[in-house]
Write a protein that binds this ligand. Structure first.
Ligand code: ATP
Ligand code: MG
Length: 312
């Protein structure tokens, strides 16, 4: 296959992997290693690395699972290989999508099963590692491990799977607590998206989340970027919702994404075992989550360890 070099413009026969660099939107071709180096600079030989995003808020019912499921599905629909990991013993990811893996994250964490054999393919570039009540036993097991290591066990196990090489995005659905599973999720993640409901107590909750992230950063010595605060259950007809939204926007500025409106279709989709894009592609819910996906894709340039520019 003959290609034009993106750096020097010469035509050449595409033979080696290093001659191709894939980003989210473009494919670039290089006739030689030096052209690759000149064209990509510091990124030229960086290994591919998935972007790891935890969807976290220790408050219950803020739209974490809905966000994790639809963001992962939306990224996959845009052509990005994505892995959705349920780190919550409620197991709502599997329930929402109508899948129950024979084995769960428990088996990955505690029994050291090969994560690759546990991920369930959901089609269209989306895989999931589901969870269920057995994960509560994993929490107990984690508590018995060496305090120095127990927050990094998920990182070790998922790295075994070479998740970073197989996927462009890993989306972690976190449970509503401050447990060791969430510490593990934060230790694995590079960044966090915080869904916040548009009510007064949610504002108090978001401060707690920020404090938790800071504590965990200090405790684990691992930086986690807050990439977005996502207002959820937004109903523009209520004054309180408008006020909460404007407070969030004032505080988080460009990190506050446009809100997810309260939507019956979003509430119904899990009962049909579908993502919002499958269940009601023209609904407000689908439109709002499309916007979140676009935002994340635009924001990727700021991610600390981008997969972009990596050799295919
Ligand atoms: P938990 O803390 O228990 O894990 P969660 O933060 O994951 O909860 P979800 O399960 O995503 O929250 O949402 C709670 C409920 O609200 C679900 O029944 C979901 O279908 C519904 N829901 C989520 N987002 C919306 C929305 N924008 N409009 C209407 N219903 C929604
Ligand atoms: Mg949930």
């Amino acid at each position: 296959m003959t290609k034009l070099c993106s750096t020097c413009g010469d035509s050449f026969a595409l033979t080696y992997v290093y001659q191709l660099a894939v980003t989210a939107e473009t494919r670039r071709f290089f006739c030689s290693l030096s052209c690759r180096q000149r064209g990509l600079g510091a990124e030229a030989f960086r290994a591919p690395r998935a972007r790891r995003i935890a969807i976290l808020n220790q408050k219950g019912g803020t739209g974490k699972t809905t966000t994790a499921v639809n963001v992962a599905a939306g990224l996959a629909e845009r052509g990005h290989r994505s892995l959705l990991v349920d780190t919550d013993a409620q197991g709502n990811v599997g329930v929402s999508l109508g899948v129950s893996g024979e084995r769960s994250l428990y088996h990955v964490l505690v029994e050291e099963h090969d994560p690759e054999s546990i991920a369930v393919p959901l089609g269209n570039r989306l895989d999931a590692i589901t969870s269920d009540a057995t994960l509560a036993a994993a929490e107990i097991w984690l508590a018995r491990q060496n305090p120095e290591q127990r927050s990094r066990i998920m990182t070790h196990r998922l790295n075994q799977m070479k998740v970073s090489r197989r996927y462009e995005y890993v989306i972690l659905d976190c449970g509503p607590s401050l447990n060791l599973l969430n510490q593990n999720a934060l230790s694995y993640a590079d960044e966090v998206v915080i869904p916040v409901t548009c009510d007064y107590l949610a504002l108090v909750g978001v401060k707690q989340v920020l404090r938790t992230i800071k504590d965990i950063e200090r405790h684990l010595g691992h930086a986690v970027r807050i990439s977005a605060v996502l207002p959820t259950f937004y109903d523009a007809r209520t004054r309180l919702a408008r006020e909460v939204l404007s407070t969030l926007q004032g505080h988080f500025k460009e990190k506050c994404i446009g809100p997810i409106r309260k939507s019956t279709r979003l509430a119904e989709a899990p009962s049909r075992r579908k993502t919002i894009f499958e269940y009601a592609p023209r609904s407000h819910g689908a439109e709002d989550y499309e916007r979140v996906v676009s935002w994340l894709l635009r924001d990727r340039a700021q991610a600390p360890a981008p997969f972009a520019s990596a050799a295919a």
